[in-house]
Design a binder for this molecule. Sequence first.
Ligand SMILES: NC(=O)c1ccc[n+]([C@@H]2O[C@H](COP(=O)([O-])OP(=O)(O)OC[C@H]3O[C@@H](n4cnc5c(N)ncnc54)[C@H](OP(=O)(O)O)[C@@H]3O)[C@@H](O)[C@H]2O)c1
Length: 240
Amino acid sequence: MKKVLITGATSGIGEALCLHYQALNYVVIACGRQQDKLAKLAAYDNVSTIAVDLCDEQQVMTQFAQLGRLDLVILNAGSCEYIDDVKNFDGQLFARVMNTNLIGTGYCLAALLPQIPAGGQLALVGSSASFLPFSRAQAYGASKAAIAYLARTLALDLKSQNIDVSLVSPGFVKTPLTDKNDFSMPMQISAQQAAVEIVSGLEKRVFDIHFPKKFTLILKALSLLPDRWWCAISTRMLSK
Ligand SMILES: NC(=O)c1ccc[n+]([C@@H]2O[C@H](COP(=O)([O-])OP(=O)(O)OC[C@H]3O[C@@H](n4cnc5c(N)ncnc54)[C@H](OP(=O)(O)O)[C@@H]3O)[C@@H](O)[C@H]2O)c1
């Protein structure tokens, strides 16, 4: 049986991935902080759980030590907070988001990469938000742009180790993270649909897993425009 470790498995996309891989007969290691959610996941066959705060390096190194061969590692945990008043830039908010989305990912890589064998796979969950600059997304977008760069460079350097890396860039997915949003979210899909897309992309060992395609391809096309064009489009959309 193949073994998959998933961070952020207590909610949203991570939880849907956990249940999907469990149904596919994987041995699943589900990670998160919420003990009650972890206990519910642990009730499933072949699911074990690890309670860990990914912003705590010591906890990550201890809890993720000696898990044995990990065929697939999905670093999915993340948080989103917006900068509402850019002139009074909230440095603590920025640090919080960066710590969870980027620095925590670095701790996970330090602990888990040695346990991924040749032929194994690593997936980093970024966001289609990193394709273009979006209003109020200075912290979240910067953290996800960094994840995209990290994934690209890991893919380069892990090729010789025969470890495939994937970058997952979802559009809007209905989860507790997006339930907090106060703006319209076009082409939003369910966490289960997102899990199907991710599992299918990982099965094919695709590097750039993005969905829903209608949405992400439009963003990718817009990202090719000169910055000032996007700025004008974005400003017009915000004024409506
Ligand atoms: N939903 C979307 O539309 C969307 C779009 C693009 C990208 N994404 C990305 O997809 C990933 C999953 O998002 P989601 O929408 O499923 O969010 P979610 O429902 O809020 O789940 C976030 C998960 O991350 C975990 N987490 C957060 N901080 C943590 C920490 N310090 N230590 C350990 N675990 C932590 C949470 O676990 P605990 O609460 O148990 O700690 C939870 O399981 C994120 O990286 C997000 O940026 C989401």
